[in-house]
Design a protein around this ligand. Sequence first.
Ligand code: GDP
Ligand code: ZN
Length: 378
Amino acid sequence: MVSGTVLRSHSGGYLVYDADQNSVFQCTARGRLKKERVSLLTGDRVELDEINPEQKTAVITARFDRENTLSRPPLANVDQVIIVQAVHQPEWTPLLTDRYIVHFQLELAQALPIICFNKSDLAQEEELQGLRRIYEPLGYFVIIASAITGQGVGELAQVLADKVSVFAGQSGVGKSSLLNCIEPHLGLRVGRMEHEFGVGRHTTTSSELYRLGFGNFPEIGALQKASWVGDTPGFNLLELRHPLPPEVVWQFPELLPLAHDCKFIDCLHIVEHGCNVVANLDKVSPERYASYAAIVADSQSEYKLRKDTSQKLDSSMKSVGGAHGKEKSVPRLSGKYRQISRRREKQGQVEELELEDEEAEEETETPVDDSDLADNVE
Ligand code: GDP
Ligand code: ZN
């Protein structure tokens, strides 16, 4: 049996890498997969058949179980997320870092994100140590790096070896520069791949996996088996995921024990008189608490919005099935419902989530927006 990893999808097909033959195949998905509504994402491990070694084509016949699924960016089987932030240019803002942290802790619960502060050449040592002092005691692995001086790049390379990693961070923080410090030919190699397999520039918004060589770190390159980096189209900050307001505190390890001892049930730990978190703010970094409060506020407005929308949707009924006079009136699938099922999404239970949505879809004939979960097989 031949198996491979989906490197990306493009109109009408998928590029799949087969490690045994060290080659890339242009694949289509067997019709049965579509019938069974099996979605395929970049990073999915798949079974191949009808392999044509000359033309480098094959047919995807099955998808193996996923270890996890990220929705933004859309990727399967990710090992870790590296949040890259510049110390300056663009100026570091704690809130943005913390927003990324919360988002990726929700997206990939199995591994804490790694935080890489880049452009250390633009900062004073004291400033850099200050950043470490905020995040290291919370359990995050912090890398201080510079693509200019090379500081921390070896440490980053080590972290990437034999893993599937995603780089996150707003544009301009130096993600590509850091990767180029590790593998100067990464860009070149990608260009060659496009050319060799004649796929042309893709215009979809799906993610792409690159094999990471370690050109500048041959000692790591020699030991690693396969290291991959997910390149993503980037996503709007408005798409970052939020927990429900009372659950934001779960994402802040320093607040959680304080919240646990708060005497109020349903406390948001912001202004309540007598709240145990508010009473202990001297033990918490002011930047982190400010981020917490801002994310609770975001979450409140997001879920209020959802509620308003779902109330409107709930009130609008939809007719389905049967000839004239025989159709049933059923409520549309509400945003609220979908939110609840998404909340139940845990690593490893995504299949169930998709099924839920699909069943609901059949019941109500309401189109379900699953664009954040997967590219459906065409
Ligand atoms: P990306 O959008 O995150 O991939 O960022 P790029 O790698 O394109 O870098 C954006 C800009 O920052 C470029 O002009 C880089 O030369 C510059 N840059 C990247 N890393 C560093 C660094 O460590 N120090 C300094 N001073 N500039 C950097
Ligand atoms: Zn409280």
